[in-house]
Design a protein around this ligand. Structure first.
Ligand code: AMP
Length: 287
């Protein structure tokens, strides 16, 4: 059965109240729509972890630093609802814009530390937009759990910080990145790639995998990252915005993989900004 689509907060609250009264655990999966198997993997985990699942679809203008990117962002609500059908989602919350940003909206949730650097450095205002909308969605849905993808690792860490700092009683669950067979991380933006760019795109993940293996084997981090950057550009990406090794737990920069780390990258291909990240195991000491 297709899940009902609600657009007004009052309607959502009426529904969640009945669930709470019945003692049911509620999960929310926040999305911007244009759903693919990455999103659906979150929905599947949410179904397994809670009694009720809300999928939100809201293309949040506040998190777009580039007006063209916002205008071109794919909007496919009808198809999204069809894709969710087999998963037994309880409700799709696709709020009207004024339900998120009412007339005179003046509050901003801003997270220092985690939002500096990486995507935060290249997309001014982006993480304030994310933190603000996520705070609102957590409060509006009164969910017990929220499911986010590791695909957006900095975002996942930021959302955890927001929930903890603002005492929002929600368990933030991170789910692994879903990839195409050739390694490209699924993304709504991949649909903007030309056929030739699509063939090039997996080079990003390939170069990152190689660098991660070298770092774990004890190669100098700088050399491995330099080589990966060169490989990505040689594959004909136009630019590597960042390629960095960070602590998996705190996102602080690392020059030595002496603890669980994350390799994170953003690169431009065919006018499309692709991001990816992978786990890097700590250097194995020689026996
Ligand atoms: P978005 O609609 O791009 O804002 O993404 C909504 C949620 O889906 C976020 O928590 C993303 O991290 C997650 N997501 C996007 N792509 C993937 C993927 N390839 N694998 C797993 N989760 C993903």
């Amino acid at each position: 059965m297709t899940a009902p689509i609600l657009r007004q907060l009052a309607d959502l609250r009426a529904l969640t109240k009945t669930w709470q009264q019945a003692g049911e655990r509620i999960a929310v999966v926040p999305t911007m729509g244009a759903l693919h198997d990455g999103h659906l993997s979150l929905v599947k985990s949410a179904k397994a972890g809670a009694d009720r699942v809300i999928v939100t679809i809201f293309v949040n203008p506040k998190q777009f630093n580039n007006p063209d990117d916002l205008a071109n962002y794919p909007r496919t609500e009808h198809d999204d609802a069809a894709k969710l059908r087999p998963y037994g989602v309880d409700v799709i919350y696709a709020p009207d814009a004024d339900q998120i940003y009412p007339e005179g909206f003046a509050t901003n949730v801003s997270v220092s530390g985690i939002s500096a650097g990486l995507c935060g450095a290249h997309r001014p205002g982006h993480f304030d937009g994310v933190a603000t909308v996520v705070t609102k969605l957590f409060l509006q849905t009164s969910a017990d759990q929220a499911y986010f993808g590791e695909k957006d690792y900095q975002q996942l860490m930021l959302v955890r910080r927001v929930a903890r700092d603002l005492d929002i009683p929600i368990d933030v669950v991170g789910c692994p990145t879903v990839r195409e067979a050739d390694g490209l991380a699924l993304s709504s933006r991949n649909t903007h790639l030309s056929d030739s760019a699509r063939a090039i795109a997996p080079a990003l993940h390939r170069a990152m995998d190689r660098a991660a293996a070298q770092i774990t084997a004890g190669a100098p981090v700088d050399d491995s990252l330099e080589q990966a950057r060169a490989d990505i550009l040689a594959a004909r990406f136009a630019d590597v915005e960042y390629l960095e090794l960070r602590s998996a737990a705190t996102l602080t920069p690392m020059t030595l993989a002496n603890a669980p780390a994350r390799l994170l990258a953003a690169a431009m291909l065919d006018g499309v900004r692709l991001i990816d990240n992978i786990a890097v195991a700590p250097v194995t000491p020689p026996r």
